[in-house]
Design a protein around this ligand. Structure first.
Ligand code: ASP
Length: 417
């Protein structure tokens, strides 16, 4: 009997952690970091290879299946409402926890924390923020595709798909089935690549564990605990409550349907790289229509980042506490709003959240190099927040599918597979 894919991925994940752990005392750390990691790189490249054609064809085939401009508008409104509400809920949880536990209030903590040099892309991102917002409208869609810039691609695909439905016959029918065809091919290619997830996850985990020693956790332990408890609260209390109340979805079954994608999100720390798996899980394991997944998921992977939003808020408050700069209620309100913006602006790639933090620090007048304080533990927090980001996207997908009258397999009362 063949082991189910999510079990295979779990085994890959655990084996990877074990290999990483034993490589340190046994001294073959470099072999893991340089050689084994190549398998992870191959897997990531394969995922990245399919993202642009997958989301482009998926959005177009989804939008062409939406009958009227009115239902298109309704779907967009619901989706945006879900994104903003859940991100704000996450931020509020983070704000409460960081004020309650005050992980950065400890005399001498600043000296204990090693200052790491900021990644150079940090500065560049702050400067480019205005362009990022305007950049949603591509001046050249082909260039955006070549560069893999998600938002402009999504923007163009949405309009392109919509106007296919406005084109006269025979073109409307021809183009609809043309893109539907590409989408079917891309989905099959995706399923083929997904088969290699256990190996990819194994290699990525082995590399991260081999690189990161337990020493990084020391003085940042409390800060990490606050971020983690916030993320856990959001993932296991807030979102499941929404699933049950708004969608009448069984959270356990939904979790099971998403488990492979979640483990991939954890090991890749990239919502975008995980997107093909999330789409596959929602369509094939949860039975959500392409109309809803193709609309909610690509957009979600790019702008709906609850985990990142929560993390931004906690990290900025932590930096303020370490510097001993108290933030007034008004400033904290600004933190909440800019954390939301930063999470929307962050790309679905590793460390994007850290880089976007500069916006918030600047808005409340904290030193930009504060980011250097928390750099050491960013990767592990990135893995966790990415999993929460992807989890939230998937919860949004089923909830919105329910409000559109669909009956996913994961509904309360549906027979388990
Ligand atoms: N890595 C995250 C993601 O892809 C973004 C972040 O850095 O917070 O979802």
């Amino acid at each position: 009997m063949k082991l189910k894919l999510h079990w295979q991925i779990l085994i890959g994940l655990l084996l990877g952690i074990t290999l990483g752990l034993i490589s340190r005392p046994l001294g073959f750390q470099d072999f893991v970091v340089d050689q084994i990691s190549i398998l992870g790189t191959i897997f990531l490249r394969a995922l990245r290879m399919i993202i642009v054609p997958l989301i482009f064809s998926s959005i177009i085939s989804g939008v062409t299946s939406i009958q009227s401009a009115e239902s298109f508008g309704r779907l967009s409104l619901k989706t945006i409402m879900y994104y903003v509400t859940t991100s704000l809920l996450a931020i509020v949880v983070g704000l409460f926890l960081v004020n309650f536990f005050e992980p950065g209030v400890k005399p001498g903590l600043k000296d204990l924390l090693g200052f790491e040099k900021m990644p150079s892309e940090l500065e560049a991102t702050v400067q480019n923020l205005d362009e990022t917002l305007l950049g949603i409208i591509p001046v050249n869609p082909i260039e955006s595709m070549a560069r893999g810039d998600m938002l402009p691609i999504i923007f163009f695909a949405l309009f392109f798909g919509f106007f296919i439905t406005r084109a006269p016959e025979p073109y409307r029918g021809q183009l609809t089935s043309f893109f539907q065809g590409i989408f079917e091919v891309m989905m099959r290619l995706t399923q083929f690549i997904i088969k290699f997830t256990p190996i990819g996850v194994f290699a990525l985990m082995a590399k991260i564990v081999a690189q990161t020693g337990p020493e990084v956790f020391g003085p940042l332990g409390n800060y990490m605990l606050v971020v983690m408890s916030g993320l856990l609260f959001h993932a296991f209390i807030t979102l499941p409550t929404l699933l049950i109340i708004v969608g009448r979805i069984n959270p356990m079954q939904h979790f099971k349907a998403m488990s492979g994608a979640l483990m991939t999100a954890f090991s890749t720390a990239s919502s975008s790289a995980t997107l093909p798996l999330t789409m596959d899980a929602m369509e094939n394991n949860a039975g959500v229509s392409n109309k809803v997944t193709s609309f909610v998921l690509p957009l979600g992977a790019t702008i709906n980042m609850d985990g990142t939003a929560l993390y931004e808020c906690v990290a900025v408050m932590f930096i303020a506490q370490v510097y001993g700069i108290p933030l007034s209620i008004t400033s904290q309100f600004i933190v909440v709003l800019t954390a939301l913006l930063a999470s929307i602006g962050a790309a679905g790639i590793p460390m994007a959240g850290l880089v976007m933090m500069a916006i918030i620090l600047r808005a409340v007048g904290l030193p930009l190099e504060g980011v250097g304080l928390i750099l050491a533990v960013d990767r592990i927090l990135d893995m966790m927040r990415t999993s929460v980001n992807v989890w939230s996207d998937s919860c949004g997908t089923v909830v919105i599918a329910r409000t559109e009258g669909e009956t996913p397999f994961t509904m309360v009362g549906q027979p388990a597979e």
